[in-house]
Design a protein around this ligand. Structure first.
Ligand SMILES: [Zn+2]
Ligand SMILES: [Zn+2]
Length: 230
């Protein structure tokens, strides 16, 4: 009996209509603007498609490319919060699919390995999962690339929103490392680093720098959502 309802048994997390997908095609079409012009280096939304943004021209981040699917705003902010804080891990699949489509459209060089921004062991234990890893798993499967643990997080960083830029950077310094067991696998490889949300870019820049110092040939960043310029 259930099979007969196979295509109509999922409630869209955005419009609450029944269908076959957790985020329906109509909601993706109306809330994800895949024609948005973004800086190729940091994925900041730009008024017109152009070379890197002013910020990247002045002080380029360590990653060679950044791909983000959407701006951090309705309804994606709600879905990302539900995935991260409310245990709604089934949202990793539609969010990962959205990101995989953006990566295909951006046509950046295919990485050898996919990894994710890690949580500290303490935070991983209290949350029970790493939302960035869940998204990375979806994207790695879609891109048919291996997903590997390449980074560890030594320090818990306080909620970044309450800190200014200098405090954030100080907090992030030496927060990440590459476990010695992962180093041979990493050397000379092109890595894609996945995160759920890219806010200032400080976290992914710190992770990318750590991967490059440990021998990665190149790092690109893939994140579902990018916080627009303030
Ligand atoms: Zn919908
Ligand atoms: Zn930029």
């Amino acid at each position: 009996m259930l099979a007969a309802f196979g295509s109509t048994t999922t409630l869209c997390a955005v419009c609450r209509r029944w269908g076959g997908l957790r985020v329906c095609a109509a909601c993706v079409a109306s809330h994800a603007d895949d024609s948005a012009a973004r800086c190729p280096r940091c994925a900041l939304r730009l008024p017109v498609r152009s070379a890197p943004c002013v910020e990247c021209l002045r002080d380029a981040p360590p990653q060679t490319h950044t791909v983000c699917a959407v701006d951090y705003g309705f309804p994606w902010d709600t879905l990302l919060r539900r995935l991260k804080f409310e245990g709604q891990v089934d949202l990793a699949r539609p969010l990962g699919r959205l990101l995989a489509q953006a990566i295909a459209a951006a046509a950046t060089p295919d990485p050898d390995l996919v990894t994710a921004v890690p949580l500290s062991p303490t935070r991983l234990a209290s949350r029970g999962y790493n939302q960035a890893w869940l998204i990375a798993r979806q994207v790695a499967a879609a891109r048919k690339r291996p997903i590997v643990h390449l980074l560890e997080r030594h320090l818990d960083t306080p909620e970044q929103a309450s800190l200014d830029r200098a405090q954030r950077l100080a907090n992030l310094r030496s927060a990440f490392g590459v476990p010695s067991a992962a180093q041979p696998r990493l050397r000379g490889r092109r890595v894609a680093l996945v995160d759920d949300v890219m806010t200032t870019g400080a976290t992914v820049a710190e992770c990318a720098g750590t991967l490059l110092s440990a021998g990665a040939a190149e790092v690109q960043v893939w994140a579902v959502a990018r916080t627009p310029a303030g």
